[in-house]
Design a protein around this ligand. Structure first.
Ligand code: AMP
Ligand code: ZN
Length: 108
């Protein structure tokens, strides 16, 4: 938990979000400013600032995140039609919120 991190505050339920997935290591919620009919964010519950700053031993959380994405996209019925996943890394990569997250975008 990083006290100044907005996504840590969502994990701690200190600020609201539309949560669509939760397990021991991952939280999934709707992006507040959706760029597609389905636009969800998946984050590790452990604060990791960015992909570049994630130590090798914590990279397994990306496996948990992509597993969550497989589950959610199946539930939403877009696993066959297709979807896009994106990670913005660092300022030059367009990252605004410095808590590692994977964007999921799909048409409904
Ligand atoms: P980026 O760091 O470029 O991957 O972008 C951060 C994303 O987080 C943007 O798509 C924002 O719309 C989204 N976002 C920022 N604050 C919130 C929030 N409180 N709840 C949900 N999504 C958010
Ligand atoms: Zn955080």
């Amino acid at each position: 938990m990083e006290p100044n991190c907005i996504f840590c505050k969502i994990i701690e339920k200190q600020i609201p979000a539309e949560i669509i997935f939760e397990n021991a290591s991952v939280l999934g919620f709707k992006d507040i400013s959706p760029k597609a009919p389905i636009h969800y964010l998946f984050i590790p519950k452990k604060h990791l600032a960015s992909l570049a700053e994630t130590p090798k031993e914590d990279l397994s959380v990306l496996c948990d995140i992509y597993s969550a994405i497989q589950e959610v996209t199946k539930k939403e019925g877009v696993d066959k039609s297709g979807y896009k996943t994106t990670i913005h890394t660092g300022k030059g990569g367009g990252q605004i919120v410095f808590h590692l997250h994977v964007h999921l975008l799909a048409q409904k």
